[in-house]
Structures are given as structure tokens and as C-alpha cells.
Design a protein around this ligand. Structure first.
Ligand code: AMP
Ligand code: ZN
Length: 137
């Protein structure tokens, strides 16, 4: 897609640090790493978010994530990671091309857990929340 920075990366139009490549994905170092080895797994095709990802690519996506974790474990001597996707602008997505963050974690690295990303507990009870979801599913 025109003007998409990650399409430019996957098409080799701009420089990136490619850690690994598979037929449909690239793993590249994040240009502003939040931890040593912070890597992004990016589909070569332009999908805005996880819902758009073709299901037939899901296994290759997960395999790439696992392989990068194994590689980073060896290089950085840690088994711990924060993994995830900022899905949509309210969640902090700044590049509208699906990408999965792999952030190696270390003792005393001053980071928090995923729980620290947001604290906006519902006003309704869990029972009401549950029923609202069940009514829709
Ligand atoms: P998000 O906020 O989840 O959309 O994350 C976008 C990520 O892409 C950020 O962590 C940026 O540092 C990273 N990023 C932006 N441009 C580049 C680039 N040219 N090469 C590698 N990473 C990039
Ligand atoms: Zn794109």
C-alpha cells in the first residue's frame, strides 16, 4: 500500500534490520527499541490489523514469533518476553500495518506487565458484562 512504512520495508524500499524472513513475513528490529532485541513480526501483505490477517497465514505467523523468541532467548539470555499488538489508535497503534511486538524482558528492566497498559475497570458488574457478551455470541 502506498505511503505505508511497513510496506516499504517488506518491499525492500527502505532499510531495516531484517532478523528473519519467511515466505509471508519479515521480522525486523524495531527502530526505537523498548528493550534489547525488540523485534517486530510484519506480514509482507498489507493487513491493517489481526482481524484482517488471512487465517491460512496464522500458523506461519505464530511459527515466526516462536522462532524469534528462541533466537532472542539465546542472544539475550532471557526466557521472558512481553508480546503483543497495539490494535487500533486508542490502543496505541501508530503504523496501520499489522505487526507483532516481541520485547525481551529482564530483571529490574523498569517495565510492567500488560496490566499496566490500562486501568479502566467497568462500572457494570461482571455478571452484566458477561450477559452483554453472551447475548451477542
Ligand atoms: P505501534 O505503536 O504498535 O504501531 O508500533 C509501531 C512500531 O514501529 C514502533 O515501535 C516504532 O518504533 C516502529 N517503527 C516505526 N518505523 C519503523 C521503521 N522504519 N523500522 C522499524 N521499526 C519502525
Ligand atoms: Zn503496509
Amino acid at each position: 500500500m502506498k505511503d505505508c512504512i511497513f510496506c516499504k520495508i517488506t518491499q525492500g524500499e527502505i532499510k531495516s534490520y531484517i532478523v528473519k524472513e519467511s515466505p509471508n513475513f519479515l521480522a525486523v528490529l524495531d527502530i526505537h527499541p523498548h528493550s534489547p532485541g525488540h523485534t517486530l513480526v510484519i506480514p509482507k501483505e498489507h493487513f491493517v490489523n489481526l482481524k484482517e490477517l488471512k487465517l491460512e497465514l496464522a500458523e506461519e505467523f505464530i511459527k515466526m514469533i516462536q522462532e524469534i523468541m528462541i533466537l532472542l532467548e539465546k542472544v539475550f539470555m532471557t526466557n521472558d518476553f512481553t508480546l503483543g499488538i497495539n490494535e487500533g489508535p486508542l490502543a496505541g497503534q501508530t503504523v496501520s500495518h499489522l505487526h507483532f511486538h516481541i520485547m525481551p524482558r529482564f530483571k529490574n528492566d523498569r517495565g510492567g506487565s500488560i496490566h499496566s497498559v490500562v486501568y479502566n475497570p467497568p462500572q457494570e458488574s461482571l455478571e452484566v458484562i458477561y450477559q452483554r457478551i453472551k447475548n451477542e455470541s
